[in-house]
Design a binder for this molecule. Structure first.
Ligand code: NAI
Length: 737
């Protein structure tokens, strides 16, 4: 289907000659009613004549087209739009094309040279477009073109005034694209190259002749057609060739360390890295641009481990390490199938220390028990094949030495209780590869399906000793973070013994690494004797939580995260310490005999505690912020649907006390009529704030400005930082509290 402009009214500024004339003719030929604007000035903006516009209108009419002339300067923007409304009754398309030149070397540029250029190009485009804006908004259709120039994009000798104005038009276009989007008003920018009276002084005559305006016009027509969904783009166009431009940003470098001043020397020393475009990113919104700055800010504050500047030795290790994140991230490992029956479920339960001596355990050990089920942490078993069978080292960009691999952390989330038999398919993807200096950290995300149904998600954090220093990033948004326990005595402690054969039993569930059974192999790894599987201690700790806080009901189990710190010898006793914080149970696991911490930063999330309503909010946590959240809960109850309409976002809050995470809240103003609950959001919150209890109160009481809190590092923000502005809607009435 050819692109028709029947019924559309198009204004082309500066259409008395050159490119503008060509646009006007082309629009008219396809049925548009065209306002042919031209002041009839000379190339420097002097003089005035109606002849140029009249001639183009005559040409259009001679071919049976509809056109009217307008002789006003674009500096009278309203008049141009009025001409369209008076003659044709509407305005659909504005092509800001009028232009002049006053080239001078910079030192000789006069005020007039500067101002005239800005008035015609930048201010003229602003005035004409503003006059059209509300009409476009009301009719929910508009297409706008800004005409920039290569001189603006790249700079050009003698065109300081012109290049500044031209790139100003790109900035204008970028914002109009955002503001107009929801009204179906799209704005794009072109940097044309064409032979015209503006270029005949700088280009050889035969080039001027061959760079025809008709090799540009079809691009403008496409961008202005209702079918075209391009918005906020920048294009170079000439001689029939069209290319799109975008921003590229280097990975960059943080040159600051926690609690230390930032210095120009640090900037100098990192200069090559700052300017290195290897693995460059292409942010395309202010959110994307800010996000990395903000996440870097919170990373510096939380980790304080920035600026580990790769030395020459490390850099050469990089090429030897065989790690290439750009190649590896996103790679999938061939899917694995896990075919099982109740036998594997029971074997696993025995492997993690369940015993018929405990009557509670029978439901996991006896297939005819009325409540027979799989332990929730059995969910790691089907997914581990992806790791076991050397899948990782076959991934392009992950040329790693499997003998140097350590299992660093594990996250498991269940989307429904596990089946007790059947066929499960696991699909693993390399989610990220981080450079931790002394090693590489690989995040492997594994989704496990039963038929079409997603049953569980695992994230393996695999540390490859000695494979760091390849110059990659040090933190990832994709990582499921370990969290420290609250700073108080645990709410519950369970001590449980492992048997001398615990590892021999656990390995039958599928982890056949000889490290856990073969004394010679263990000795080669530097261990006195074979060690227990980290995931076995993980199973112990998880069932301690399940028993203590969820009455052994597997359907209450949502997720678990642990960090493996030290090995356990089979036969040692495990001491699981637990802290209840709403639906989250923080855990730490020690070897009782040595008091060594073996699992840290761990937690289990449970389902099923009732929604936090003001009546049943936990009182004991001793946080002042609890009161405010109770009030927010009340407010959501009263005004939920209104707030959902206004805000439409999920806010996560992490409240810290004495530097440790103490409470998490989710304010959901996106789903249903809104809700508040204590604990993290089940999906990904749109924005998450981390702030201390004290600073939270200061902000709420209006004593601390949120922006100040953010820039001083007191308030950390992850996700869409722009949503912070909507917080006011939720918090504004609390100053009274
Ligand atoms: P042109 O000089 O043939 O056309 C510009 C038209 O704008 C002229 O007819 C002029 O009378 C009119 N005009 C000047 N001031 C005006 C005002 N205040 N109000 C209304 N009309 C006014 O030049 P050309 O080459 O067709 O340029 C069109 C646009 O493309 C300009 O904005 C120019 O800066 C831009 N451009 C052109 C390039 C090229 O290679 N031709 C390169 C990069 C940008």
């Amino acid at each position: 289907m050819s692109l028709s402009f029947e019924g559309r009214v198009v204004l082309v500024t500066g259409a008395g000659g050159g490119l503008g004339r060509e646009y006007a003719l082309a629009f008219a030929e396809r049925g548009a009613s065209v306002v042919v604007n031209d002041l009839g000035a000379d190339t420097k903006g002097g003089g005035k004549s109606s002849a140029a516009a009249d001639k183009v209108v005559e040409e259009i009419r001679a071919k049976g087209g509809k056109a009217v002339a307008n002789y006003d300067s674009v500096e009278d923007g309203e008049k141009l739009i009025q001409a369209a409304l008076d003659t044709f009754g509407r305005i659909d398309v504005v092509v800001n094309n009028a232009g002049i030149l006053r080239d001078r070397s910079f030192a000789r540029t006069s005020d007039l040279d500067w101002d005239l250029i800005h008035r015609v190009h930048l201010r003229g485009s602003f005035l004409v477009t503003r006059a059209a804006w509300n009409h476009m908004k009301n009719q929910k259709f508009g297409r706008i073109i800004m005409t920039a120039s290569a001189a603006g994009i790249y700079g050009n000798f003698g065109q300081a005034n012109y290049s500044a104005a031209k790139l100003g038009m790109l900035g204008l276009s970028n914002t109009l694209a955002i503001e107009g989007k929801k009204y179906n008003i799209y704005c794009n920018t072109i940097a044309p190259v064409a032979g015209s009276r503006l270029t005949e002084t700088v280009m050889p005559p035969d080039l001027v002749a061959s760079l025809k305006p008709e090799y540009v016009a079809p691009m403008v027509l496409w961008l202005c057609h209702e079918q075209c969904q391009e918005n906020g783009g920048l294009f170079e166009v000439g001689a029939g060739w069209i290319g799109k431009l975008r921003w590229e940003r280097s990975q960059g470098r943080t040159v600051r360390q926690k609690n230390q001043p930032m210095t120009p020397e640090a900037v100098r020393d990192q200069w090559d890295k700052i300017c290195d475009f290897t693995d460059a990113t292409k942010p395309n919104s202010i959110q994307e641009s800010l996000q990395s700055v903000v996440s870097e800010l919170s990373r510096v504050e939380s980790e304080g481990e920035v600026g580990a500047n790769p030395t020459a030795a490390l850099a050469s290790a990089a090429s030897a390490s065989g790690i290439n994140p750009a190649e590896a991230v996103g790679q999938k490992i061939p899917a694995t199938t896990f075919d099982f029956s109740h036998v594997q479920c029971i074997l696993y339960a025995l492997g993690v220390g369940m015993s018929t001596q405990d009557p509670d355990h029978l439901r996991f050990l006896y297939e005819n028990h009325p409540d027979f089920g799989a332990l929730p942490t059995f969910g790691v078993i089907p997914s581990q094949a992806a790791m076991m069978e050397g899948g990782l080292s076959s991934v392009p960009g992950l040329n790693i030495d499997l003998t140097r691999v350590l299992h660093g952390e594990q996250y498991l989330e269940l989307f429904k209780p596990l089946p007790t038999s059947g066929k499960l398919i696991s699909q693993a993807t390399v989610a990220d590869v981080l450079d931790k200096g002394s090693g590489a950290l690989i995040l492997l995300d594994v989704n496990t399906y039963h038929g079409d149904e997603l049953i569980c998600f695992n994230q393996f954090s695999v540390f490859v000793v000695g494979a760091g220093g390849f110059g990659g990033k040090r933190a990832s948004e994709k990582a499921k973070a370990a969290l420290p326990p609250p700073n108080r005595a645990p709410d519950a402690v369970v001590i449980d013994s492992t048997t001398k054969d615990q590892a021999a039993l656990y390995r039958l569930s599928g982890d056949w690494n000889p490290l856990h059974i073969d004394p010679d192999f263990a000795a080669m790894g530097g261990f006195k004797a074979p060690i227990l599987h980290g995931l076995c201690s993980f199973g112990f700790a998880a069932r301690h939580v399940l028993k203590h806080f969820a009455a052994n009901d597997p359907s209450r189990f949502k997720a678990i995260k642990v960090r493996f710190v030290k090995p356990v010898q089979p036969g040692q006793s495990l001491q699981t310490e637990m802290w209840k914080e709403g639906n989250r149970i923080h855990i730490q696991c020690k070897v009782k005999e040595t008091d060594a911490v073996v699992l840290s930063g761990a937690y289990v999330d449970l389902h099923g505690a009732p929604e936090a309503s003001p009546e049943n909010l936990p009182q004991g946590a001793g946080l002042q912020s609890e009161l405010v959240f109770a009030e927010i809960g009340r407010r959501i109850k009263d005004l939920g649907s209104e707030l959902v309409k206004k805000v439409n976002a999920v806010f996560g809050w992490e409240i810290t006390k004495d530097g440790k995470s103490s409470a998490e809240w989710t304010i959901d103003l996106k789903n249903g009529t809104g809700s508040l609950h204590k604990g993290p959001y089940s999906g990904k919150a749109d924005v998450t704030f981390t702030v201390s209890d004290e600073d939270f109160m200061e902000v709420v009481q209006g004593k601390l400005n949120p922006q100040k809190a953010f820039f001083s590092g007191k308030l950390k923000v992850r996700g869409n930082i722009m949503l912070s502005q909507k917080l006011e809607v939720i918090l504004k009435d609390y100053a009274k509290l």
